[in-house]
Design a protein around this ligand. Structure first.
Ligand code: PMP
Length: 357
C-alpha cells in the first residue's frame, strides 16, 4: 500500500512521474538503451530538454526574454552564485528562516546585506511593508519557508531586481514572472526528485553581472544560458522526471488547479488544528504556508508528541515529525498530496485526541 507521504522534500511525487520514469530507466524510446545510458547530446535527450524548457514556459506563462536552466548544485549553490554574479556591494534580503539565513551568509562575503527579518518572533510571520534602500544591487526573498511554515502569496513590486527562492512553493500558484528577475529552487518538492536546480532568469540580468570580478566558468549564468544547460553533463534523469511533473501539472489543469488543491488541503488541515484542544499552530494566520503545515501540541500534552507520530504512522501517515530546529509536527502537502492524504492525517489527529485528551 502506498503511504500518505508528508515528507518535506524529497517528498511525494505524482504516480505518472514514478511510472514513466521507471519505464524510461529500463528502456527509453525503444532504443534498446536506458534513459540513463544514452548521451546527453543525443537527439533523444535533447528533445527531452527542449520539451521540459517549453513546458516550464507554458505552465508558468513565462514571458519573452527569460531563460530556463536546469543545473546541479541545489538551491544552496544559488545562494552563493547569486551574490557572486550580481552583488557589487549591497543587497537586500528578507530573512524568513533557516534557508534565507543561509543565503544571507553567502551574500555577506561580497559586502553589506540590508536585512528585514521575522527572527524576533521565531520566524512565525512574514515581514511586510518594509522599506528597501534605493541603492541595492538586488532584493532576495524566500517565498515559502519550508522549516518555519510561512509563505508569501503575492508577487512584490520592487524597484531593484527581485530574486526569489521558490524551492518549496514553486508551481503551487500562478506567479507573475514579469515581476521577478530570477526565480530558482531545488526540484525536490513540487518539481521532481532531488538533484536538479531550476532557474528562471531574465536575460537582462546578464547586463548586471559585476564586471570587475573573475567568476569561475561553472558559476557564470551567461555560460549556462549560452549552452542551454549543457555546459557540463546535466542531471538527465532528473530533467526527464521534471518533464513528467510538468506534463502532469498541465493535465491536472495547470497552476490555477494546483492553487485550488493547495488551498483545499491546507484549509482542511488548519481547520482541524484550529478546532482542536490538543494541537495548535504557532504561525500567524495570514502567513500560514499551504505547503508546510507546522503545528505543535499544547503545553499540557507536549509529552505525547512522540506517541502521536507513532499513532499517525499506524494510520500510514509518514513524515510528520517537525524539523529538529522547530520540534512538533510538520505536514508537507505539496502538489502531489491529495485531499485523501490530508483526510487520513486529520482522522488520526481526531482519534488520537479523543483517546488522549
Ligand atoms: N531553500 C528552501 C526554501 C529549501 O526548502 C531548501 C531545501 N529544503 C533549500 C533552499 C536548499 O535546497 P538544496 O538542498 O537543493 O540546496
Amino acid at each position: 500500500m502506498r503511504k500518505h507521504i508528508f515528507n518535506a522534500g524529497p517528498c511525494k511525487l505524482s504516480d505518472s512521474l514514478l511510472k514513466n520514469s521507471a519505464e524510461a530507466v529500463l528502456e527509453f524510446n525503444g532504443l534498446g538503451q536506458s534513459l540513463i545510458e544514452i548521451s546527453h547530446r543525443s537527439k533523444d535527450f535533447q528533445a527531452v530538454m527542449d520539451e521540459t524548457v517549453d513546458l516550464m514556459k507554458e505552465v508558468l506563462s513565462i514571458p519573452e526574454g527569460y531563460s530556463v536552466l536546469f543545473l546541479g548544485g541545489g538551491a544552496s549553490l544559488q545562494f552563493a552564485m547569486i551574490p557572486y554574479n550580481f552583488m557589487k556591494s549591497k543587497s537586500f534580503y528578507v530573512n524568513t528562516g533557516t534557508w534565507s539565513s543561509k543565503a544571507i551568509k553567502e551574500a555577506k562575503m561580497w559586502g553589506e546585506v540590508v536585512e528585514v527579518s521575522s527572527k524576533d518572533k521565531n520566524f512565525t510571520y512574514y515581514p511586510k511593508g518594509f522599506e528597501i534602500p534605493n541603492d541595492v544591487d538586488y532584493v532576495h526573498i524566500t517565498t515559502n519557508n519550508t522549516i518555519s511554515g510561512t509563505e508569501i502569496f503575492e508577487d512584490l513590486d520592487v524597484k531593484a531586481p527581485l530574486i526569489a527562492d521558490m524551492s518549496s512553493d514553486f508551481l503551487s500558484r500562478p506567479v507573475d514572472v514579469s515581476k521577478y528577475d530570477m526565480i530558482y529552487g531545488g526540484a525536490q518538492k513540487n518539481l521532481g526528485p532531488a538533484g536538479v536546480t531550476f532557474i528562471i532568469i531574465k536575460n537582462e540580468m546578464l547586463d548586471k553581472v559585476v564586471d570587475d570580478r573573475q567568476i569561475p566558468t561553472m558559476l557564470q549564468y551567461g555560460i549556462h544560458i549560452d549552452k542551454g544547460s549543457m555546459f557540463n553533463t546535466p542531471p538527465v534523469f532528473n530533467i526527464f522526471a521534471v518533464r513528467e511533473t510538468l506534463k502532469w501539472v498541465k493535465a491536472m489543469g495547470g497552476v490555477k488547479a494546483m492553487e485550488k488543491l493547495a488551498k483545499d488541503r491546507a484549509e482542511l488541515l488548519y481547520n482541524a488544528i484550529d478546532n482542536s484542544n490538543m494541537f495548535v499552530s504557532p504561525i500567524v494566520k495570514e502567513d500560514r504556508s499551504r505547503m508546510n503545515i507546522v503545528f505543535v501540541m499544547k503545553d499540557e500534552y507536549k509529552e505525547k508528541e512522540a506517541d502521536f507520530i507513532a499513532f499517525a504512522g499506524e494510520r500510514n501517515c509518514v513524515g510528520i515529525k517537525g524539523h529538529r530546529s522547530v520540534g512538533g509536527f510538520r505536514a508537507s502537502t505539496y502538489n502531489a498530496s491529495t485531499i485523501e492524504d490530508v483526510q487520513a492525517l486529520v482522522g488520526a489527529m481526531k482519534d488520537f485526541e479523543a483517546k488522549n485528551a
